[in-house]
Design a protein around this ligand. Structure first.
Ligand code: IMP
Ligand code: MG
Length: 332
């Protein structure tokens, strides 16, 4: 802080929503800027209630936090309005006037394309919507009457907040290995997901960033098609307690053990200064609910240590359960 970027390491679903909701509460975030689009779902558990957010920033749990959607994002209007209602955040949402709009026709195009089906897309239509933006025929937020009351210049508002020493967080979506540039092309999403791209979508230059937190999950999951090194059978994943279904689409997630080489690459390309490791309790069950590093088993500590050795950055946050506050915070 004051300006931190949160970026995913692998194929998304690392638990960015959980880490952001924790930081929102703990560091009393003033501003959170969401990037990307509706294909990504960020899960937040707070006071026994679960939210799967496709549009509203995960920092909504901090009641004073201003919630912004950057110019680089792609806005699904009905989903945004539904989530504003669900989270009761209409008084603190701002949408950049130049964010592009994803429409129903894009979803139909996504679902009816054999090529996109082969990639195992989410079906929300983000690829076709981005194509339209590149052709410069897409609608933008200022063309949508329902968004009128929310329109702002997100880049100016965010940079002003950084100038005023406010606590600002840029919320990345998906993971590095889904990046259009650095992922497992062509089995990737329709945008770059690196920390630099997150800054670009929010309108914040690289010199304004203090920290980049790369989020690792203690094992790896992937939805859709494409390579997954060390992939386990569904049976083996279930046995280990690693079988998950997608928060957004409900599809089965494929899973594999943690991969230190991929972790190293993600930390490098994101330019990460710190790491967060989520779901440690799925790999080391005795760590469930731990709030202090000392409570961890020797094996769990060795795992954290190995991540630090390989990536050469500190593991500052460790998730030990689903709630926003189930966390070990090692920051000084
Ligand atoms: P698209 O982004 O819907 O075009 O899908 C392209 C690929 O990215 C597919 O393999 C999707 O499963 C994957 N994908 C897109 N968004 C997410 C996400 O938020 N979490 C995990 N996978 C995602
Ligand atoms: Mg997700």
């Amino acid at each position: 802080m004051p300006c931190t970027v949160i970026a995913g390491a692998f194929w998304g679903d690392e638990g960015k929503g959980k880490i952001i909701s924790y930081l929102a509460l703990k560091d009393k975030l003033d501003v959170c800027v969401r990037t990307g689009s509706v294909n990504a779902a960020h899960t937040v558990w707070i006071q026994g209630k679960r939210y799967a957010l496709h549009m509203v920033p995960a920092a909504f749990v901090q009641e004073k936090c201003r919630l912004l959607i950057g110019a680089g994002s792609n806005v699904h209007v009905p989903q945004l309005l539904k989530e504003i209602q669900e989270t009761q955040t209409g008084n603190r949402i701002g949408v950049d006037f130049q964010a592009s709009i994803i429409e129903e026709k894009h979803s139909s195009q996504d679902k009816s394309s054999a090529h996109l089906k082969g990639l195992g897309t989410t079906g929300w239509g983000v690829g076709p919507a981005v194509e339209e933006r590149v052709r410069r025929t897409a609608k933008t937020a200022r063309d949508i009457p329902e968004l009128k009351t929310y329109l702002v210049d997100v880049a100016t508002e965010t940079n002003n907040a950084i100038n005023a020493d406010k606590q600002v967080l840029l919320e990345g979506t998906q993971g590095l290995l889904l990046s259009l540039y650095y992922g497992t092309y062509p089995y990737v999403t329709s945008r770059d997901t690196s920390a630099s791209a997150i800054c670009s979508e929010a309108g914040v230059g690289p010199t304004r960033i203090d920290d980049v937190i790369v989020v690792f999950k203690a094992f790896i999951t992937r939805v859709g098609t494409g390579p997954l090194p060390g992939e386990l059978t569904k049976e083996e994943a279930t046995k280990r307690g690693w079988f998950e279904t997608a928060a957004g689409t409900g599809r089965d997630r494929r899973s594999a053990p943690f991969n230190f080489e991929l972790a190293k690459k993600a930390a490098m390309i994101h330019g990460a200064t710190e790491a967060a490791v989520t779901k440690l309790d799925s790999v080391f069950p005795e760590s469930k609910g731990a709030k202090a590093y000392e409570e961890l088993s020797r094996e769990a500590k060795q795992f954290i240590q190995k991540i630090e050795d390989e990536t050469t950055i500190p593991v500052a946050l460790v998730g030990t359960g689903p709630d926003a506050l189930d966390i070990i915070d090692r920051r000084t």
